[in-house]
Ligand binder design. Sequence first.
Ligand SMILES: *Cc1c(COP(=O)(O)O)cnc(C)c1O
Length: 373
Amino acid sequence: MPIPLLDLGPMHDEIRAELDGCWREVTGRELYVGGPEVGRFEAAWAAYCRRRYGVGTANGTDALELVLRGLGIGPGDEVVVPANTFVATCEAVVAAGAVPVFADVDPVSLLLTGESLRSVITARTAAVIVVHLFGHVVDMDDVGRVAERAGLALVEDAAQAHGARWAGRAVGSFGVASAFSFYPGKNLGALGDAGAVVTDDAALAARIRSIANHGRTAASHTEHAVVGRNSRLDSLQAAVLSAKLARLDQWNEARRRVAAWYRCHLPAGVRLVEPLEGSTPVHHLAVVRVPFRDQVSAALGEAGIGTGIHYPTPCHRQPAFAHHARGSLPAAESAAEEILSLPMFPHLTEAGVSRVARCLEAVAAAPSEGGRR
Ligand SMILES: *Cc1c(COP(=O)(O)O)cnc(C)c1O
């Protein structure tokens, strides 16, 4: 039996009846964009993140861009992003008209630190986007302190960390506003693209809602106060997200069990990239570092075990963004050559984890396959 990197099927099987109900409810009316499902999910998601306002968007990349635009960040501004994130984080900065400035990360946690943020701040820095990569949480005391002292807007990219906490406090509740993606493969995923912004700032939420809806205001459907765009949450996706939200904590708990099984079964010399002490992670990904990563991943693939690389090229080395690079970022660059994402999803069994671990052990013991230095 193959073990995929991610298997959404068992989650959907668990809530099949609710999913069917969503479909029937939404197709029974003529409100496919907006409508009661959207308002209901926005409120539920904001409450889950301990924030006052939630605004649904078409995807997580737009959510990030809309936060920056809502804050008035654009041409002339620099926004700090970690170098090792999904490319969407820096795409959003450029889409808002600002300049992405890449910061290196801690060589062990692979997360942004206060020190690396401080080292790239200039007179033009307007904001920092912290990324809770892999479902691990950035040290929000450390980074928060540096951002506050420098007067930067703190924005969270929580696309991989639904339900995670730092010192008991919900991810998404630290920044002036936070962006989430509900891409199907995220910890909370729709059946297509979807995203959201959460914030406590009523005026900011209203601006974002207006920009995301063609510049309309709450007062008028036909007056366009600002040049907006179209980035709204569909009714069907909102209904699905509400149905799945009821299971999110349980599924995150199952991911933490899977991570514990990896710790227990992985062979000596292969260790997970671990979350920081003081955090409650949600293990979006299970990442290890191995030399000869590509051979290891090929061998696992031959054994029917799916793997991924998140991400093989740091953003400052991507052709589209390399002209923004201001030098080398050694921790992000060396990690990119060794990281390997192993299967991780709530319904992965201990037997499955043990098979992945045994396969890794076999690869490491076979120098002819290049698994060992
Ligand atoms: C998925 C992801 C995004 C973008 O979300 P989309 O919904 O795919 O646009 C942004 N940042 C990170 C870290 C992500 O993992």
